[in-house]
Design a protein around this ligand. Structure first.
Ligand code: ADP
Ligand code: MG
Length: 700
């Protein structure tokens, strides 16, 4: 029988409307094709059987061979469960079921030898497996003969309706035997040139691997194709924008930049800053519109690069603006910039939500007349009455706070799109930069200004609090300032505020007035109060600032030497790194203390260890990606991943990705519109993949 892959899943034997609906809702499997492209997340080597005595609970999935000694019903009401004691002669393990008792008791007998699969864990201090899969050891199912048994992710709901990994595998087997042909999705010349496994064979082997070698080739083929089409899409769009959209040409290095460089610059630029400024200047002089991502670790000196880029715009007769995610940051940028530009004829103004109405109107006028050169501000810059005479360059600081849609609104502020540079202090792993931000050019400041001492990071459990307070006291004696940061998470907001309050009281008790001045800053304060408190700290009048993560982004107080992060296990790696970056800005040694409870998940422990081990933002970002997976990395959800990854893993597949990107680049250079006959399939496949997807990259 030959059936089309477009058929609805409910027509597959054994599925029916109810299960079809479940598969659709839970796994987005609607058609036969979706089943084939629902890839296993891993394989279990069925040729290996574990002796029970060797099991430890860190193993994720194991296979045992042995006999059930007896069944027992335990607990009552909601807590009722069926248990079975299972032994293989080396030890015993308990199997536990919470549902379907009768079916189990009917189908499995004590004394019969079974192969059992499952995830071992501890339950009531006993080694146990909840809901193991069991099958008689003497007649393994035909489809399981291969040594590699694929595992498919399912959901609680599916399992409750008896759709397990094995069920899905069986459905896929049915589709494979019914559908005669899976059409190739890569042009034949590329399949040959790259020695890719043909699609039909790859799909078959990903679900039913004939052997290890074929499984490897199938995996490579499918990963390559996936990453290749993402690159082809992103790079294609980038090239299209470059050919349609003309950019302002900033050809002059004029008086302002020269004056600034020769007279106002307080220190020598780092080599990395120089290189990046050259890259930006070249880009803005090329006639193309610049779309650049500037990455630099916290404290690497991005502000200066931003300012000098803006001066280039000014020297060429254009205006520039710098947008920051918070009012505090915008104000700080404004202060820094006016200070750095002192004595120069550049007009700079600040626009935030709290700018007074008459000042605001004044500002609008000056902006429109061109009298105002440089505007610094928050989201307020995006509001309708803000119009520029000649906006040439937009710089966005800490972009992960800005949605893509907001970036798009800035674009519209000028008839020719201005050059755009997005700055981020959250290092983005290379693979993510190539996919999520694949349409942007990337500059990296990979060097800190000289004289910075690496921050010493220490992980303390609660029992060391007195030691910590003693240390803080000594630092304050040396004239230093201290941050203490508490987590604040929406789901646990109430309790988090309680913890903050209690912490504040404890610290005030340990550091009482009048000798010490402790301030507390958090999101429930109104903005003037918060500002006043912050100003106390910025001016050096307060010794300790207790805060929720409002200080996370960008505040620059060189005199602060200690960052204490409370409940550090609750923060993500990039957030920890950002917070730590608030200290270590002066020339003196700085410290970061990660306070945690004793109860740490394996991942939390890894995060804290990573922080203690390294100050390198890129290394931290890579670890973060490995621990969490790309979907969770800050900012990636809202930005332009054109389609979900089904098989590739950005933490692991960097090499395949690079290969796919290089190939896409070469292909598009040779055939920008993919109009050559041999590339016809590429074009078709791309538009099929992009159907119903939002086109993000146009608006970056
Ligand atoms: P970030 O990249 O985190 O935004 P900033 O631009 O705030 O970093 O710079 C951090 C600090 O380093 C600032 O106090 C700034 O004046 C200083 N700085 C920047 N560039 C240099 C340099 N080349 N030499 C010395 N100090 C520098
Ligand atoms: Mg900054």
């Amino acid at each position: 029988m030959n059936q089309s892959l477009d058929q609805e899943i409910k027509y597959l034997k054994g599925v029916g409307p109810k299960r079809a609906e479940l598969l659709g809702n839970e796994l987005k499997i609607f058609q036969f094709r979706d089943l084939l492209y629902f890839f296993p997340y891993k394989y279990i080597d069925r040729s290996r059987v574990y002796p029970i005595k060797d099991i430890d609970t860190t193993q994720t999935f194991i296979q045992l061979k042995g006999r059930i000694m007896h069944f027992r019903i335990e607990g009552r009401g909601n807590n009722q469960r069926l248990t079975a004691l299972f032994t293989d002669g080396t030890g015993t393990i308990e199997f536990v079921w919470f549902r379907g008792f009768q079916w189990i008791a009917r189908n499995y007998q004590p004394g019969v030898e079974y192969i059992a699969f499952g995830r071992p864990g501890m339950y009531n201090r006993n080694l146990s497996i909840a809901h193991p899969e069991l099958e008689p050891a003497d007649k393994p199912e035909a489809e399981l003969k291969s040594a590699f048994q694929p595992q498919y992710s399912t959901t609680e709901k599916l399992r409750n309706n008896f759709i397990t990994s094995k069920t899905i595998h069986r459905y896929i087997g049915q589709v494979l035997s019914q559908a005669a042909r899976i059409d190739e999705t890569m042009p034949e010349y590329l399949v040959k040139k790259l020695k890719l496994m043909p699609l039909q064979e790859a799909v078959k082997n990903i679900h039913f691997p004939e052997n290890n070698e074929k499984l490897k080739n199938a995996t490579y083929r499918l990963k390559f194709e996936e990453l290749f089409y993402i690159q082809l899409n992103i790079l294609g769009q980038k090239k299209r924008i470059q050919s349609f959209v003309k950019g302002f040409i900033f050809s002059k290095v004029g008086d302002r930049l020269n004056h600034f460089y020769n007279h106002n610059l307080e220190f020598a630029l780092t080599e990395a800053q120089k290189r990046v400024i050259r890259e930006i200047r070249k880009d803005m002089g090329s006639g193309r519109q610049m779309n650049r991502l500037l990455q630099g670790d916290v404290g690497s000196g991005k502000t200066l690069v931003a300012l000098m880029s803006m001066l280039i715009a000014l020297d060429n007769g254009y205006q520039a603006c710098l947008m920051a995610p918070t009012e505090i940051l915008a104000k700080q940028h404004y202060n820094t910039i006016t200070r750095l530009l002192s004595g120069m004829a550049v007009s700079v103004l600040l626009l935030t939500g709290s700018t007074k109405k008459n000042e605001r109107e004044q500002l609008h006028k000056q902006l429109l007349s061109g009298e105002l050169h440089l505007l610094v501000g928050t989201h307020a810059l995006l509001e309708e009455p803000v119009r520029f005479q000649r906006l040439g360059l937009v710089i966005i600081d800490e972009q992960h706070r800005f949605g893509v849609a907001q970036r798009a609104r800035l674009w519209k502020k000028s008839h020719v799109p201005p050059h755009v540079m997005v700055m981020t202090a959250t290092p983005i792993p290379r693979t993510l930069a190539m996919t999520v931000y694949g349409d942007l050019d990337v500059s990296v400041i990979d060097e800190l200004p000289p004289g910075r001492k690496p921050i010493t990071t220490i992980h303390y459990y609660e029992s060391k609090r007195l030691v910590l307070f003693g240390f803080i006291r000594k630092q304050i004696e040396q004239g230093k300032q201290i941050y203490i940061v508490y987590p604040l998470i929406r789901e646990s907001e109430k309790m988090d505020y309680v913890a903050l309050e209690e912490g504040y009281e404890a610290v005030t008790r340990a550091f009482p007035p009048p000798g010490y001045h402790v301030i507390c800053v958090h999101g429930q304060m109104n903005s003037p109060d918060r500002d006043t408190a912050m100003q106390h700290f910025i001016k050096g009048r307060a010794h300790i600032m207790i805060a929720t993560t409002v200080i996370e982004v960008g505040v620059d107080i060189p005199n602060a030497s200690v960052m204490v992060i409370e409940s550090a296990e609750r923060f993500g790696l990039s957030q920890l790194h950002q917070l730590r970056g608030r200290v270590g800005r002066g020339a003196d040694q700085s410290y970061c203390f990660l306070m945690s409870s004793y109860k740490l998940s394996r991942e939390a422990k890894k995060r804290l260890e990573t922080m203690v081990r390294t100050n390198d933002g890129f290394e931290i970002a890579e670890t973060d990606l490995k621990l969490r997976g790309p979907g969770d990395i800050e900012g990636t959800q809202q930005s332009g991943m054109p389609f979900d990854l089904r098989i590739s893993n950005l933490a692991k597949d960097g090499q395949i990705l690079q290969h796919a990107r290089d190939l896409s680049n070469d292909l598009l250079d040779d055939d920008p519109q993919l109009s050559k006959p041999e590339n016809n399939l590429l074009k078709q496949q791309l538009s099929r993949l992009m159907k119903s997807r939002v086109d993000w990259s146009v608006i970056s």
